[in-house]
Design a binder for this molecule. Structure first.
Ligand SMILES: Nc1ncnc2c1ncn2[C@@H]1O[C@H](COP(=O)(O)OP(=O)(O)OP(=O)(O)O)[C@@H](O)[C@H]1O
Length: 718
């Protein structure tokens, strides 16, 4: 965002934003009171029998039953830092009844949430109520800003929304206390509520912003408060109209759309000038390079501390970002680290994690399919898998391939439902996919996605997260795994690495409890489960029928063993239908990705390039590795001096049919240059996917080719 966004009148103002650390002295130490910690820990006691439909047991592991309050000054004066842990005791929301506003309490406990027990992070925050939700008034002091680190899926959203909502309710209550008449007071309250924003929540992705706004709306159900959502990719006009109707008590936004409105819409700008509470969710992402400048600029439009309270929440807080975070908070802020003192892993111990280092890229697709098959067999009628890929292009290609292959390679076959989310999709299509996956009850669903789904997004009941290839850093790995095992439920993480990515585990994830699983072990485990199914399909599927998640569980093939055994051949035969040009696009995009993560790989650029060449030939059956000019390699930071090796082996798959480098026509405008991949056929040669075959037949039947062209292209436009 350009610096012109900074209003001139405010440009010279002292911004409690991102200032050089030397300009701010961390001078206060604030610890949670003993009672505070005690009740935080009480809340973490064996919590169960919650009535959330998706969450039968919200029980935290023994290791996670300790709240830690650490002074922000600990690096300044270690002797004054403190860590306390208190024994578990049972706790319920009832215990916080006198601290929660009756309307908020009702939303949490009665309807719509029907929760029984606060999570550790919620208990720690609620224990600071009502003080933490006190609106600003002259002379107010105390620990009003919060920096909170708590594991993924532990209810941070409610943790920050409750004090934010209570702050707004209290602020409205304070308006017009000295008014001459009740009528005058009503007028003042209306005026205030209509023209000021109480809380602004900034979130890095549209999906997450939408989810937070929904959660806020539910929490406000028994109040008159209004929730407004600003996100890119949706109609500006509609969002502004919505903002101007009712009251903007809580505004949830992504940074880009917010900056746009602040710059161009004076009423939005003015309403935010008297903001009470700012929440940065996924704070480390927002304060990291990609968003930092935009956030800095947004901060210039908001009041400074202490008028503005700031809450920052995340599951991860790398030291460098922590420094920046501290500078964006008031000196009197509190740091809640809801991670047990000896548990340095930000991932729950109850989520078993496995990594597989593939011997060859040829194993990649079979291994991914086997992991999905293994999940369907391990969780019959309840399988819900998320597969993460490194880039949008890679996500598009694998989404196509997995959909095309599902019928013949997965136990639930055609009944397996696939969803696709990435930034090249139109927002409406992203929203639909997100909602449908969230509500999917097929018991055999798979979301294929890029990192737009890595953080914060809550899909209850995800049984497994599969990460294909190294992510963009340690934090991203943690957040991706955090899409499973949420709210105390079980889950599993699998991480699939190509040979050139082998050093990532030891160099980046050394403190994460991650087990090795060989491709062979998975193969055997899947085979065993398939045999068990085939022995007695009825008994095997009985858990699916008794399970609560699937409404009509997808049925398995009668002989799952045949499916499992036949999969490698089906995959090999499939390569013939792949469009080499699409593989080349993915190849280039992935090299670009590696150029930004090369330090985490601890291998040379030459080795990565070689590894990707093998991926294209061994893994995806190209006759030869894609040609990328030296100039292009230089441009994307992946230039290599090494000689490429000779490729001969897997030419049989495509080489004879489609000369490398020749486009074969492409599928419905969904080719290079991006565009919105609303079709499922990215990466397929024309006429090779069932749907395309069908459409191609249709086309030849019709004389009106123009009509066909319209149909073919319509879906790929935004
Ligand atoms: N006290 C509670 N009891 C039971 N379930 C809860 C409770 N609080 C929140 N949940 C549920 O737990 C799930 C995870 O909550 P939420 O998305 O807020 O987690 P988070 O900590 O923000 O995760 P992430 O770090 O991934 O953003 C949601 O489905 C939410 O409705």
């Amino acid at each position: 965002m350009s610096s012109s966004l900074v209003p001139l009148s405010r440009a010279s103002r002292s911004i409690r934003g991102i200032l050089p650390s030397s300009l701010i002295t961390v001078r206060s130490i604030h610890l949670l009171s003993k009672t505070g910690i005690a009740s935080a820990c009480r809340a973490e006691a064996s919590v169960s029998a919650l009535s959330l439909p998706s969450c039968r047991h919200f029980s935290f592991t023994a290791q996670s039953r300790t709240a830690t309050a650490t002074s922000l000054a600990s690096d300044v004066d270690d002797s004054r830092a403190a860590t306390e842990s208190i024994e578990d005791e049972n706790a319920t929301f009832e215990g916080f009844k006198d601290r929660l506003h009756p309307a908020v309490y009702k939303a949490l406990v009665v309807k719509p949430f029907k929760l029984k027990t606060p999570s550790p992070v919620q208990a720690a925050v609620f224990d600071m109520l009502p003080g933490i939700a006190e609106p600003y008034k002259e002379g107010i002091t105390g620990d009003r800003d919060l920096l909170v680190k708590a594991k993924t899926g532990t209810g941070k959203t409610i943790g920050f929304l409750v004090p934010a909502i209570q702050n707004r309710l209290a602020a409205i209550e304070n308006v017009g206390k000295d008014a001459a008449s009740p009528h005058e007071r009503r007028r003042l309250v209306q005026e205030y509520a209509r023209h000021t924003v109480g809380t602004l929540v900034i979130s890095p992705t549209r999906e997450l912003a939408t989810q937070i706004a929904t959660e806020a709306q539910k929490l406000c159900e028994h109040t008159d408060l209004g929730v407004k959502l600003f996100t890119g990719g949706a109609s500006r006009v509609m969002q502004l109209r919505n903002f101007r109707q009712g009251t903007p008590d809580i505004v949830v936004s992504t940074p880009g759309r917010l900056a746009d409105f602040l710059e161009n819409e004076s009423d939005v700008k003015e309403a935010l000038e008297s903001l009470n509470v700012l929440v940065l969710d996924e704070a480390d992402t927002l304060l990291h390079m990609g968003f930092r400048q935009e956030i800095e600029n947004i901060l210039t439009f908001l009041p400074d501390a202490p008028e503005r309270q700031t809450f920052m929440f995340s599951a991860t807080m790398p030291p460098a970002v922590m420094q920046v975070a501290r500078q964006a908070l008031s000196p009197q802020h509190k740091f809640l680290d809801i991670v047990p003192p000896k548990d340095h892993s930000p991932v729950h111990a109850h989520i078993p994690q496995y990594h597989t280092l593939l011997d060859s890229a040829a194993q990649q697709i079979p291994h991914i399919l086997r992991l999905i098959a293994h999940d369907q067999l391990s969780n019959p009628g309840k399988s819900k898998v998320i597969v993460f890929f490194q880039t949008t292009k890679m996500t598009q290609l694998f989404s196509t391939m997995l959909r095309e292959l599902k019928r013949e390679t997965l136990p639930a076959g055609h009944g397996s439902r696939f969803y696709e989310i990435h930034s090249k999709k139109a927002q409406s299509s992203r929203d639909n996919a997100s909602n449908e996956f969230r509500n999917d009850r097929s018991g055999a669903s798979v979301l294929v996605t890029s990192d737009v789904s890595a953080r914060g997004v809550d899909y209850p009941g995800v049984t497994r997260v599969i990460q294909v290839g190294v992510p963009a850093g340690r934090e991203q790995y943690i957040h991706r795994v955090g899409r499973t095992g949420r709210a105390g439920m079980s889950g599993r993480g699998d991480f699939v690495l190509l040979p050139h990515e082998r050093k990532f585990i030891s160099s980046v994830l050394s403190d994460v409890p991650i087990n090795h699983l060989s491709a062979k072990e998975l193969e055997e485990a899947t085979r065993e489960l398939a045999a068990k199914h085939d022995d007695d399909p009825k008994a095997f599927m009985s858990s699916a029928r008794s399970g609560t998640s699937a409404s009509a569980p997808a049925r398995f093939a009668p002989k799952v063993q045949n499916v499992v055994e036949g999969m490698p051949q089906i995959v090999n035969d499939f390569f013939d239908r792949l469009d080499p040009e699409a593989v080349r696009e993915v190849f280039v995009a992935t090299l670009g990705f590696y150029s930004t993560t090369i330090d985490d790989l601890h291998v040379s650029r030459g080795e990565v390039l070689e590894g990707m060449r093998e991926w294209a030939t061994e893994g995806l059956g190209l006759a030869e590795p894609p040609h990328v000019s030296e100039a292009m390699l230089k441009k994307i930071g992946m230039s290599s001096d090494g000689e490429p090796r000779q490729y001969s082996d897997r030419r049989r798959f495509v080489g004879s049919r489609t000369p490398f480098g020749m486009r074969s026509g492409g599928a419905f405008g969904e080719r290079s240059g991006g565009g919105n991949n609303t079709r499922t056929s990215y990466g397929m040669k024309r006429g090779t996917s069932p749907r395309e075959r069908e459409w191609t037949r249709e086309r030849s039947d019709r004389r009106d080719s123009a009509l066909w062209m319209d149909r073919g292209h319509a879906g790929s436009r935004r």
